[in-house]
Design a protein around this ligand. Structure first.
Ligand code: EPZ
Length: 417
């Protein structure tokens, strides 16, 4: 198993272009199933979750071609309707294929998503919404069988929680359903607007994305199209934290600052100097980090839960004590014990983490517990005195394209062993 080895303490300097958004490319690749033609998706990051999605498409009978950061999908001859269990296990967000397969083929089989490193990951909102759209759902032997013999019907749905995945599954099932579907209390994340942009470019009639009420007027057929994935705002925040903890200065290109307002505000409050203009941003942190009294994760446009581990890792080096409250997932602090091996002073109580700033972290061996927890260890290792060895890095490879190469180019002493 490969490891990431970091000799910390070097200031990050230089320029990098941020990859396409993992949480946008996954639902967009699922949406290609609905398009009866050839789709080309640009700016797809080279990460294992994209490889898994391409494998699922191929297993369903779609023709797929990967060309660097472009993925070409031709789903004209789609034959299957089962999301393979092994791939579902590999990537829980495969659940987003459900709406697309049902929308295109009228039925789907998916294995019940296990829990994951963030705690239980129920899909009750997905299933109850699909039921309202005329989908018959039975669960047995760990599999969920979905059937829409009369086709998917439009419905008016109010989500008990603005779930990103449930909102995406409803949009995918409704895009070619009969009638107009309305989603109240919809998730507002930019990745949902990106999915709607993709579908609308293929002939769908979706509006309201970015607000909490989304309208999807079903159309008979969607054609092939071309689309460029939006930048990954969480990956951007990760490189910003790497820069802040090393007192460096980097320029990031190809980002959308308007998607990062809540995060930029916390970075500035912690003592970072950020100049954002157009699709670029320069971040420095010359005077050291200072505490941020309280950061709370919320649904968009609030501070994103995925950036929680990143910002907590950064705040371990801030002067003073900060508090982070995780309001989205049950159990998103599993990486904290690994951070403590590097000397971080963090105590967690329920959904709160209390971070007491420390002068210095000290390199140690540690292991990734999940994707963003792994990224938090990289942030900590870059600042720590001495050598940090990070194991189980497949978690990081799920969502970060070329992170070792990129950090090396930014002057970090880091290697993949
Ligand atoms: C998406 O997950 C993202 N994944 C997550 O990113 C992100 O953390 C999350 O949205 C919140 O922004 C992808 O887009 C692939 P939710 P999703 O449905 O759709 C509960 C990362 O690090 N819930 O908004 O699964 C759920 O348990 C990943 O890139 C139900 O109770 O998130 C959680 O507590 C991690 N029932 C909360 O809602 C449901 O039917 C948020 O879940 C669905 C969700």
């Amino acid at each position: 198993m490969s490891e990431i080895v970091i000799n910390g303490g070097r200031r990050l300097e230089g320029e990098l272009t941020v990859q396409g958004a993992k949480n946008s490319v996954l639902p967009v690749l699922a949406a290609t199933i609905l398009c009866q033609g050839e789709c080309v998706v640009h700016n797809c990051p080279k990460i294992s979750d994209v490889e898994t999605s391409v494998k699922i498409l191929a297993r369903l009978g779609c023709k797929c071609l990967r060309d660097n950061n472009d993925v070409l999908v031709d789903s004209r001859d789609i034959a299957g309707n089962e999301i393979p269990e092994d791939l579902m296990r590999e990537m829980r967000s495969s659940v987003v294929f459900l709406g697309a397969v049902i929308g295109r083929v009228g039925k789907a089989v998916i294995s019940s998503p296990g829990g994951c490193e963030l705690g239980p990951r129920p899909i009750d909102l997905h299933l109850s919404s699909l039921k309202k759209m005329g989908v018959e759902i039975t669960e047995e032997h760990g599999f969920i069988y979905c059937n829409a013999p009369q086709g998917v019907k439009a419905a008016e749905i109010t989500l008990g929680f603005p779930s990103v995945g449930a909102t995406e599954n409803i949009i995918l099932a409704a895009a070619t359903a009969e009638g107009t579907t309305v989603i109240h209390n919809a998730a507002r994340e930019p990745e949902i607007s990106d999915l709607a942009d993709f579908l609308n470019s293929a002939g769908a009639r979706i509006c309201g994305c970015g607000s909490d009420t989304i309208y999807i007027k079903g159309v008979k057929r969607l054609r092939g199209t071309e689309h460029t994935i939006i930048p990954d705002r969480i990956v951007a925040a990760t490189y910003m934290a790497c820069t802040a903890v090393t007192g460096g200065k980097i320029k990031m290109d190809g980002i959308m600052p308007s998607h990062m307002i809540a995060m930029l505000s916390v970075f500035r409050e912690s003592g970072c100097n950020i100049e954002a203009s157009g699709k670029s941003l320069v971040i420095t942190c010359e005077k050291g980090l200072i505490r941020v009294p309280t950061v709370r994760s919320l649904t968009y446009p609030g501070f994103p839960t995925d950036a929680g581990p990143i910002i907590i890792s950064m705040l371990t080096l801030a002067k003073g004590t900060s508090v982070f409250v995780e309001n989205i997932f049950e159990n998103r602090f599993r990486y904290v014990d690994e951070l403590k091996r590097l000397g971080a002073k963090i105590t967690t109580e329920g959904r709160s983490a209390i971070i007491e700033g420390t002068e210095r972290l000290l390199g140690a061996s540690c292991k990734c517990t999940d994707l963003r927890g792994g990224a938090a260890l990289v942030v900590a290792g870059l600042s720590a005195k001495g050598t940090t060895v990070i194991n189980e890095i497949h978690h990081i490879e799920r969502g970060y394209e070329d992170i070792v190469e990129n950090l090396k180019k930014l002057n970090a002493d880091i290697k993949l062993v």
